[in-house]
Write a protein that binds this ligand. Structure first.
Ligand SMILES: [Zn+2]
Length: 115
């Protein structure tokens, strides 16, 4: 009789894991080109940075150009009050100025770092 067959009831094969679902997390999304999104104004610092130029789409290091800012003039004014022969010093020190980043290939303006 098949009325009593406890072995068959107790021994149920475990549900097989579907390999399709497991393989999904390991699938590398095609997002490796997101490196391009690194280019933000926040990325620009006092040092040259490697960027992909939005203008000529070439990867290169930015070219730096220092520009006197309001801060530079303010520092010169303060130094002028304290020790006037040294008033020119902020204009000679690059860290007292804004740092403009330009593309070294096409010369496009990319951003400014305000120190
Ligand atoms: Zn460029």
């Amino acid at each position: 009789m098949t009325e009593k067959n406890p072995e068959n009831l107790a021994y149920q094969p475990p549900p097989p894991y579907s390999p399709q679902q497991q393989s999904q997390p390991y699938h590398i999304p095609q997002g490796t080109t997101q490196v391009v999104t690194v280019i933000t104004n926040a990325a620009y610092g006092p040092e040259p940075v490697v960027i992909i130029c939005p203008s000529c789409h070439q990867q290169n290091q930015t070219k730096l150009d220092y520009e006197s800012s309001t801060k530079t003039h303010l520092m010169a004014f303060v130094i002028c009050l304290l020790c006037w022969p040294c008033f020119w010093m902020p204009y000679a020190i690059d860290s007292c100025k804004d740092t403009n980043h330009y593309c070294s290939s096409c010369g496009a303006y990319l951003g400014t770092y305000r120190g």
